[in-house]
Design a protein around this ligand. Structure first.
Ligand SMILES: NC(=O)c1ccc[n+]([C@@H]2O[C@H](COP(=O)([O-])OP(=O)(O)OC[C@H]3O[C@@H](n4cnc5c(N)ncnc54)[C@H](O)[C@@H]3O)[C@@H](O)[C@H]2O)c1
Length: 312
């Protein structure tokens, strides 16, 4: 018995890197998989049907159930068709893993409108499009008395959570995905649909150019070392399988950092101090001259550390 026997899943960007690992792991635990991937270039500049086809073929060769799909998550109508395709092909839909991604890194003063729009379109709008159509499907199922709940598993990143120089477009999209996850969890709880986000770290073509990452393992899609490889994309897929399973029905609206041999629970914005007007009215700017340094613990003198020193 697999943890996901009988489940039907879609993985966007499933043809390479982390998405490929998620597809293999989901199938390995009994799920049918729609491997969605238009085979986009790293910057979204080209397409290639072979990655999705190769992953689907690898799964079927191992005795699993999988089909490739080459649509782009930036295409609203195609995303809707993709949800329908999974249900038509395998009889139902249980899980959507929103993983597709591209990069267009630049300092923000050099970033073009197209660099910004393209990254937002794949990550944020693509995650929204798939989530929106899947949630409409699960709501319809519930309304006709056939609801079995569902799972949304989104992909954020350290850049979206902590910030990275040169990734204003990507970080804005990834932070938006966290908010989208929270709201999906709130709105869909009544239908038994959970929504969680993972923040993975792995050596893929996306990180091969990051200083220090490639140096530790120069072959992203090559043979794996025999000893445990902390940069292996497959390290993130155990969490994805768990979140997709019935065992995780209690867990929603959460963000996890997954790296190497560990899964971390993250917690988001919360108040850690406040200044309150001593006059019991709206805070006046003059009060903040001393009020905010007190809140930050820098009064009577001192300054906050340089924000540029807080890299992700
Ligand atoms: N690798 C890391 O360390 C890391 C860290 C944090 C977050 N992530 C996120 O993990 C996800 C996977 O990244 P990866 O590192 O495996 O990169 P990758 O480039 O190896 O894989 C991304 C896949 O997404 C596909 N894709 C691109 N545009 C698409 C579109 N419009 N529709 C459908 N698929 C599309 C690509 O064709 C590619 O196969 C991304 O969302 C990325 O931002 C990765």
């Amino acid at each position: 018995m697999g943890l996901l026997d009988g489940k039907v899943t879609i993985v966007t960007g499933g043809g390479r890197g982390l998405g490929r690992s998620h597809c293999l792991a989901l199938a390995g635990h009994g799920a049918a998989v729609v491997v969605n991937d238009p085979g986009a270039g790293l910057h979204g500049e080209s397409t290639d049907q072979t990655p999705a086809e190769a992953v689907a073929a690898e799964i079927t060769a191992a005795g699993g159930r999988a089909i490739p799909d080459h649509s782009s998550v930036t295409d609203w109508a195609a995303s809707q068709k993709l949800i329908a395709l999974a249900a038509a092909e395998f009889g139902r839909l249980d899980v959507v893993v929103n993983n597709a991604g591209i990069l267009r890194d630049r300092m923000l003063f050099s970033m073009t409108e197209d660099d910004f729009d393209a990254v937002i379109a794949v990550h944020l709008k693509g995650t929204f499009a798939m989530t929106r159509h899947a949630c409409a499907y699960w709501r319809e199922e519930a309304k006709r008395g056939a609801g079995r709940g569902g799972r949304i598993i989104n992909t954020t990143s350290g850049t979206g959570l902590f910030g990275t120089v040169g990734q204003a477009n990507y970080g804005a999209a990834k932070a938006g995905i966290v908010s989208l996850t929270t709201i999906t969890a709130l709105e869909m709880a009544r239908y038994g649909v959970t929504a969680n986000a993972i923040s993975p770290i792995a050596l893929t073509r996306m990180t091969a150019g990051v200083p220090g990452v490639a140096a530790r393992n120069p072959v992203p899609d090559g043979p794996k070392p025999e000893r445990f490889d902390p940069q292996d994309p497959a390290n993130a897929s155990g969490l994805v399988v768990y979140l997709a399973s019935d065992a995780a029905s209690w867990l929603t609206g959460q963000v996890f950092r997954v790296h190497g041999d560990r899964v971390q629970r993250l917690r988001g914005w919360r108040s850690v101090g406040e200044y309150r007007s001593r006059a019991g009215r709206a805070v006046q700017p003059e009060e903040l001259v001393t009020g905010l340094p007190e809140v930050y613990g820098t009064a009577p003198a001192g300054r906050l550390p340089d924000p540029a020193a807080h890299g992700a």
